[in-house]
Structure formats: C-alpha cells, structure tokens
Design a binder for this molecule. Sequence first.
Ligand code: NAD
Length: 284
Amino acid sequence: MGIRTIGIIGAGTMGNGIAQACAVVGLKAVMFDIQPAALERGVATVGKSLDRLIKKGSMSDADKAAALGRIATATELSGLAGADLILEAATENEALKLKILAQVAAVARPEAIIATNTSSISITRLAEASGRPELFVGMHFFNPVPLMALVEIIRGLRTSDETVDAVTAFAKQLGKTPIGVKNSAGFVVNRILCPMINEAIFALQEGLASAEEIDAGMKLGCNHPIGPLALCDMIGLDVELAVMEVLYGNFNDSKYRPAPLLREMVDAGMLGRKSGRGFYNYDK
Ligand code: NAD
C-alpha cells in the first residue's frame, strides 16, 4: 500500500516537524490537535522553517506555497479518516496515548497503518490499544525532524512484516535513514545517549572537571559535535531524567540510576535552554 496522506496527532515540536517533512516531498499531511492554538503555531513553525530554506537558496517561494498547501489542520480526530498512515505525536503520557489510540481505531480506514512517535512507551502495549496490532508500529523521529536523518522503526510483538516494510519505505520517501529496532525501553539511540549524558552529570557532580571541560573532552576527544552537558540543556533536563527513570524502571539495573545532581537541578527548575538555565546560563 502506498502512503500518500498522513494524519498526525499532535501539532507540537515533533508533529509539525513530521508534517513539514511529508509536505516537502509531495505528501499530504493533516495535523490534528486538541488545542486550536497549537495547530496555528504548528503551521506557523513550518512556514518559518521553510523561510529559512528560501533564505539559504534551497527552496523557492512557489515551493513553499505548494508545501504549505499540502498541510491541512483538523480540530476533530475524524479529520484524519482519509489517511493511509496515522502517526501519533501527542504529549508523552501513557494514559493519554492509550486513550487517543483507542479513539483512532474508530475513525481510521480499516487498512490504515497506525504509528506512534513515543520516546519510551512500549510499542506492544500501545499496539493493543489501537485494536489493530498487526498494523501498528513505532516510528521514532528525531528533533528537529526536518534536519535529523534517523528514524527508528520499532516493531511490537504482533507488528506484521508488511507494516514494517511500508513504514520503512515511507521513511525513505521522506529522505530519512530508517533502522529497525526491537521493542525495548529507550529503543537504541536513547538507550545509549541518555546514560552517556547521565555519566557526564556524575562526572560533574564528582568534580572531575568543569562543565566546559567535560564538554570539550567529548567534543575534542571523541569528535562529538556537541558536548553531553550542552546537549542535555538542549534536550531538557526533565526529559533526560524521565528517560533515565524509564530505563531504570524497566531494566532494574543500577547502571541506569539518574545522577542525583540531575534530579536536584530538575527540582530547582533548571531545565536547560527552555528555562534559561541548565548546565549553562541562557538568560541573555
Ligand atoms: P509537544 O509538547 O511539543 O507537543 C505535543 C502536542 O500534543 C501538543 O500540541 C498538545 O496540545 C497535543 N496533544 C495533547 N493531547 C492531545 C490529544 N488528546 N489529541 C491531540 N493532540 C494532543 O511534544 P513533542 O516534543 O512534539 O512530543 C510528542 C511526542 O514525540 C512524544 O511522545 C515525545 O516523547 C516524542 N518525541 C519527542 C522528541 C523531542 O525531542 N521533543 C523526540 C522524539 C520523540
């Protein structure tokens, strides 16, 4: 089955990024959000992102208008009824996602694939809520979606090969590189990345070096484009803590225990760039 129209649930950071990625390659995207303001912000964010491409000379005004013309919005879930693929990208909350997915099954075409962009929740558990586990799959995009090349394709226990093949082809159509991953907490990238960042926080907490020195060490010594503490400020310390808690809770292995300094900084509201302070100061 060819995927031509994509329904997206949630018009936030990831939802509007996915809509943009679809629209620029000629696919139709319909974004649904419970907040009308989020839909407006989502479309405006895509517009600004395309303006940056025009400024760089990699897109024309006409291409921008055409891409925006392929993005529609819906204030009711039923607006996604015509979609070949419905991608859930709402807030990371298991109870909320289970509720949304049970509702999606009622409006989606019987042959439509349902995917989730969850960062941490079990694909097998969400698949059952969708009522069509063979047609359910995880598609974990990375932020910012228009720039990041990777998509993790996660199969639940009952996901069919046809579903995996269809979304793998779809990810390639978006110009992304898909990798297949088993359903396991943190999938692959967050399983490796978040403990590495957590270890950098332990190093800071133990006074091994300053934040600047730890970041310089990983940039110059390992060729990372950004240091782990600066990256944590970008991701959000609350998000890093949430992922570590999921890993610790799932594997019950002390190697995943969140660094006490991370927890304390989250308690203090030092969440990174979004709050103006994290390991670095962004007040100005
Ligand atoms: P966000 O907070 O920017 O956006 C979430 C959107 O979902 C909001 O606009 C909200 O109004 C909407 N929403 C909430 N309840 C809804 C409902 N019942 N129906 C429809 N819309 C609803 O969040 P985000 O960063 O875009 O994250 C979305 C998903 O993507 C999460 O599962 C997250 O774990 C995952 N993810 C995030 C990142 C990241 O770096 N931000 C990366 C990969 C995956």
